[in-house]
Design a protein around this ligand. Structure first.
Ligand SMILES: NC(=O)c1ccc[n+]([C@@H]2O[C@H](COP(=O)([O-])OP(=O)(O)OC[C@H]3O[C@@H](n4cnc5c(N)ncnc54)[C@H](O)[C@@H]3O)[C@@H](O)[C@H]2O)c1
Length: 285
């Protein structure tokens, strides 16, 4: 089946980024969220990115218009029925993802491949919520999607070779560099490597070994990473770190290396009280 129209579920940080790169690659995109507010915020984020891109002369005004013209925001799940390929980027909650996939399975044509942008969770379990587990895979993009080149393509237990190949080809058409994760293992490649490193960074601060600023500085200058772990958490959001580490702890033999430090939980509580929108380690305002 020729892929012309891509359905994206979720208009948040990742969903809007995925919708943007798909539209930039020439696909028609339907981006669905549960509330108009979220849909509009996603569309505005895309427009802001493209306006900056025009200012930097990386995109022309005409291209910007064409890209925006290819993205339609909606709150209607039924609109997924016209999609030729679906990428899900709703919250990192397994039960929610299973519900969403069961609904997609009911709405989408039988040949349509359904993929999840989950950061860590079992593709096999998500696929089992559908009657087409061979046509379900992981497609893990990185934040910010328009700038980060990697996509991990993850094989669930029943994912077919063809599904993996179609997802790899699509990632390439979207200007990305895919890698294949051959087994459905929690956290895949990048988060499996990243999470213990981020947790140790928080522990260093919690134990008073070094300041947050110096941990970031040490990692950037000593390991030549472009961002420190605290800067990275501020970019990706601290709730995601927490959900991913909780899941890895549960799945990977309850080893201590996956346990979120108390300081992470305190920061999340502080954020919920409305202090910050991002992880909030640095006070940017
Ligand atoms: N933020 C990151 O750095 C990052 C990186 C890679 C992968 N991910 C993964 O991508 C997914 C989304 O993360 P995010 O950072 O974009 O979260 P987000 O909170 O910014 O956006 C999630 C959106 O999903 C919407 N949503 C909830 N239920 C929905 C439904 N039934 N249908 C459509 N939309 C629904 C929410 O309203 C919200 O707008 C998660 O699985 C996350 O683990 C995140």
């Amino acid at each position: 089946m020729e892929i012309e129209r891509i359905g994206v579920l979720g208009a948040g940080t990742m969903g809007s980024g995925i919708a943007q790169v798909a539209a930039q690659a020439g696909f028609q995109v339907v981006m669905r969220d549960v509330d108009e507010r979220f849909v509009n915020a996603g569309l505005e984020a895309i427009e802001r990115f493209l306006v900056r891109s025009v200012e930097k002369q990386k995109t022309t005004e005409a291209e910007k218009k064409e890209i925006l013209g290819r993205i339609r925001g909606t709150v209607s799940m039924e609109e997924m029925a016209d999609a030729d390929f679906v990428i899900e980027a709703v919250l990192e909650d397994l039960e929610l993802k299973k519900r969403v996939f069961a609904e997609l399975d009911r709405l989408c044509r039988p040949g349509v491949i359904l993929t999840s942008n989950t950061s860590s969770m079992s593709i096999t379990e998500i696929a089992a919520a559908t009657g087409r587990p061979d046509r379900v895979a992981g497609m893990h993009f990185f934040n910010p999607v328009p700038l980060m080149r990697l996509v991990e393509v993850i094989r669930g237990f029943e994912t077919s070779d063809r599904t993996v190949q179609v997802a790899i080809d699509l990632a390439q058409r979207m200007g990305k560099e895919p890698v294949e994760v051959k087994k459905d293992s929690p956290g895949f490649i990048v988060n499996r490597v990243l999470m213990p490193h981020v947790i140790e960074a928080v522990r260093l601060v919690e134990e008073g070994v070094a300041s947050m600023e110096d941990v970031d500085k040490a990692v950037k200058l000593g390991l030549n990473y472009p961002m420190g772990p605290f800067e990275l958490m501020d970019l990706t959001g601290i709730d995601i770190l927490y959900h991913v580490t909780e899941y890895l702890f549960k799945e990977l033999n309850k080893e201590n290396k996956w346990v979120s430090p108390q300081l992470v939980k305190t920061m999340i509580r502080a954020n919920r009280l409305g202090r910050k929108t991002k992880a909030g380690w640095y006070d940017y305002e």
